[in-house]
Design a protein around this ligand. Structure first.
Ligand SMILES: [Zn+2]
Ligand SMILES: [Zn+2]
Ligand SMILES: [Zn+2]
Length: 89
């Protein structure tokens, strides 16, 4: 991990990857998404801020789960909402 990343990111020892490459909230409402992010607290996969519904950010604010990982193939990074911290792995 990047040394300057926050405590939340540094506490992660194993990255949670998406079980299914879909936004679990968009699927329920029949919406679409642009990119996917996986919550590192509960493992749920939701859509990014470029998507109309921004489910990953809404989930982080609603639950207090701080860190997401990109669920996009070839992207290897983590982001922490409360610290606005970013780290590649
Ligand atoms: Zn943090
Ligand atoms: Zn969504
Ligand atoms: Zn979560």
């Amino acid at each position: 991990m990047t040394p300057e990343a926050c405590v939340h990111i540094n506490a992660i020892t194993e990255i949670k990857h998406p079980v299914k490459r879909v936004c679990e909230e968009c699927v329920k409402i029949g919406s679409t998404w642009v990119h996917l992010r996986t919550c590192q607290e509960c493992g749920g996969t939701r859509c990014c801020d470029s998507s109309p519904n921004r489910h990953a950010t809404r989930h982080a604010h609603a639950t207090g789960h701080p860190v997401i990982a990109s669920a996009e193939p070839g992207e290897r990074w983590l982001y922490c909402y409360p610290d606005d911290a970013f780290a590649e792995y």
